[in-house]
Design a binder for this molecule. Structure first.
Ligand SMILES: [Zn+2]
Length: 374
């Protein structure tokens, strides 16, 4: 992972998080997602009752800035938020109503059960399971006075893009940029037998062929053993006006028993990465936050299913290439070269084919969900 330089971001102005995404060349279809807003809790008393922690200084601030009571909120009338630790949190029961799901709330865990989806969450933990798949939330859910609360950004940018196809911003998917990690002088990770740069290239070439068969225009940041900077990769993606960006990597760590698949996407604007980096200014990669979530979810889900690899989760990090990709993007850590078993598998054609099948299926499922008639 050290090859990704998490340099200081140029801070972009924090504008509306959901601006319709259209570029000058009309690559993106100007179709803003259905608007979804949360509303303040009916009264500040209600908020205070939910969050009676006397040690939360935000509570005092919330009291001051709270709006006057606006009357009772009708059932199903909206998803209410309250301020907690300086952030907006929504009632999980309201979220359940919104999706017509069944909430199950205990003092240890909380969950939502629906026809298509179920999600289990744990207080003070960022990990959650969506249909059994490990997905990292931006912030841990909290439990207060019998209520489970979820951060608003997790509701809007994590759950909603997965649960509701219509929340996605529609865009054309014609050109796909594949980025085989490392290359040339930069070998990437090295296992006992194989080098990361060789495996990522083989995977990239296979993926290109598979996507071309489906009719996509596919480009690669490298087709041979070239040395490329991260800037060059990002510039190529922008110049090609790519509609999707897929970066392929292999993992490595000192603990040889560690193995499995992990998929990285950009943290939503203003949110920390899974490993806590708070360097959270807006970047080109934040253009379609909700779409990043759905693309990452579909790709991670289908690669995991195709390979049966150990699930290390859908995670968030501002890696240079996905931070600077002006289109939905994903970085897949296909497995660990430091694990003997996984290293051997990663080099096998049959296993590479499974990874490629998974990525292709993920892209296809993403595109179908996004382009659903509405
Ligand atoms: Zn790598």
């Amino acid at each position: 992972m050290r090859w990704f330089i998490l340099t200081t971001l140029i801070l972009f102005p924090l504008g509306s998080a959901l601006r319709a995404a259209v570029n000058a060349d009309g690559v993106y279809v100007p179709d803003a997602p259905e608007s979804l807003t949360t509303v303040p809790a009916a009264t500040i008393e209600e908020a205070v009752a939910e969050f009676s922690d006397t040690d939360a200084p935000e509570l005092a601030a919330a009291k001051k800035t709270a709006q006057k009571p606006q009357g009772a909120v009708k059932p199903g009338g909206g998803v209410r938020f309250v301020m907690y630790n300086g952030k907006r949190y929504v009632y999980l029961r309201d979220v359940a109503d919104y999706y017509k799901m069944q909430p199950v709330i205990s003092s240890k865990t909380c969950a939502l059960y629906g026809k298509k989806f179920q999600i289990s969450m744990f207080y003070d933990k960022t990990y959650a399971f969506v249909n059994g798949l490990l997905v990292h939330l931006f912030y841990p859910p909290v439990y207060r006075n019998g209520n489970a609360m979820l951060s608003e950004v997790d509701f809007l940018r994590q759950l909603d893009p997965i649960f509701r196809d219509y929340s996605l911003t529609r865009h054309v998917v014609r050109t796909i940029m594949i980025d085989p990690g490392h290359g040339g002088k930069d070998e990437g990770g090295r296992g006992r037998l194989y080098r990361e740069k060789d495996i990522t290239l083989r995977l990239g070439i296979k993926l290109k062929k598979a996507l071309e068969k489906m009719g996509y225009k596919v480009l690669m940041t490298r087709t041979g053993d070239q040395t490329l900077t991260l800037d060059q990769r990002a510039d190529m993606t922008t110049a090609a006006k790519a509609d999707l960006f897929i970066s392929i990597h292999c993992n490595k760590t000192t603990n040889r028993s560690v193995c499995g698949l992990e998929t990285f996407i950009m943290p939503a604007t203003g949110t920390p990465s899974t490993y806590g980096s708070s360097n959270n200014g807006k970047a080109p990669g934040n253009r379609l936050d909700g779409n990043n979530t759905r693309l990452g979810y579909e790709v991670h889900s289908s690669v995991r299913e195709a390979t049966s690899a150990y699930d290390r989760g859908l995670k968030r990090a501002r890696f240079f290439v996905i931070r600077n990709a002006n289109c939905p993007s994903v970085l897949i850590e296909t497995g660990f070269l430091s694990n003997r078993f996984e290293e051997r598998r990663l080099a096998e054609d049959s296993y590479q084919d499974k990874i490629v099948d998974g990525i292709v299926k993920g892209i296809y499922t993403y595109q179908r969900a996004m382009l659903k008639n509405r």
